[in-house]
Ligand binder design. Structure first.
Ligand SMILES: Cc1cc2nc3c(=O)[nH]c(=O)nc-3n(C[C@H](O)[C@H](O)[C@H](O)COP(=O)(O)OP(=O)(O)OC[C@H]3O[C@@H](n4cnc5c(N)ncnc54)[C@H](O)[C@@H]3O)c2cc1C
Length: 274
């Protein structure tokens, strides 16, 4: 299973200086980039060891377009969880909605692996994948940069950590969250594109599943966004001309770095501040 989110292309979102709000109009919606890599990996594993790839997404009706596009890469089934009852969900409620739907799929079509992206480029929390794993009771392998092996009921991945790489192994069924380094995206094939053009994702409303309605949407969200505002505009920088007096310019750069605590020891001070 691949959890896929449709997101605004945040590289194109601008802030309206008059109202201080995000200008989303005309901004294209795309498949969350990390999720594209998650899908690619699921399809590669299907090509290697067989199985079936199901994509699941929670979102408004227009998220159907992201699912159709994702189908063109070779997935077998796509499910859109769309209902007003889901709107305003925070990470906890989002993970809950996705979990109940994954459990429903699992009843008829056992799920060995769930893939999510590392994070969504709009919400940026990186909470949803671990939240789903916790609720499903699956082991979680986060920040995967390589799937090394999948056999005998185990999956082995390389994970990115602050200190370097870590090789970790988990018993199936498991959940993996992925980094972009995991794989190279491939182009959709023409037959898959044609199949996807005709494909209609399944729609699952809240009432199609045994949801506890108190855990959905705004009601089921322990956090709430109180205010949203853009970061303060950066003030203009200084230009230090190093052509005439390179040594003086270098000293000025060092002085400024010291003043702004970028370096802690003043080069001219004995001992300096530490
Ligand atoms: C009070 C409140 C109100 C909100 N209202 C809205 C709203 O009205 N509309 C809105 O769009 N957002 C809303 N959000 C944001 C929404 O809660 C987050 O988008 C959601 O919690 C997922 O978190 P994230 O985007 O940080 O994803 P991350 O946790 O960073 O995502 C990690 C991975 O999880 C998977 N994933 C995440 N979300 C989904 C999804 N929906 N479907 C399938 N897979 C997914 C993807 O694989 C993704 O790569 C609201 C948040 C709060 C707190």
């Amino acid at each position: 299973m691949v959890c896929l989110k449709q997101v605004p292309d945040t590289s194109e979102v601008r802030i309206d200086p008059a109202t201080n709000t995000l200008m989303r109009e005309g901004v294209p919606s795309i498949i969350n980039p990390y999720d594209a890599h998650a899908l690619e990996e699921a399809i590669r594993l299907k090509e290697k060891v067989g199985g079936k790839v199901t994509i699941i997404s929670m979102g408004p009706p227009q998220a159907k377009e992201a699912l159709k596009k994702a189908m063109s890469f070779g997935a077998d089934r796509a499910i859109l969880l769309s209902d007003r009852a889901f709107a305003g969900s925070d990470s906890l409620a989002t993970a809950y909605v996705l979990t109940v739907a994954i459990q429903k799929v699992h009843e008829s079509d056992p799920v060995d692996l769930v893939f999510t992206g590392k994070e969504a480029i709009d919400g940026d929390t990186a909470q949803t994948g671990p939240g789903i794993a916790q609720r499903l009771g699956f082991p979680q392998l986060t920040y995967a940069i390589k799937v090394r092996d999948l056999n005998d009921g185990w999956v082995t991945v390389e994970r990115k950590t602050e200190a370097g790489r870590e090789v970790a192994k988990a018993m199936l069924p498991a959940l993996i969250t992925v980094e972009k380094e995991l794989n190279e995206l491939r182009y959709a094939s023409l037959p898959n594109m044609m199949k996807a053009a005709k494909y209609e994702p399944e729609y699952w409303e809240a009432k199609s599943l045994p949801y506890d309605t108190t855990q959905l949407g705004l009601k089921g969200s322990p956090t709430s966004v109180v205010r949203i505002f853009p970061p303060p505009a950066r003030s203009g920088g200084d230009k230090i001309d190093g052509m005439k007096d390179p040594q003086g310019a270098a000293a000025m750069v060092v002085e400024k770095m010291f003043q702004q605590n970028i370096i802690m020891t003043h080069p001219l001070a004995k001992g300096g501040k530490h």
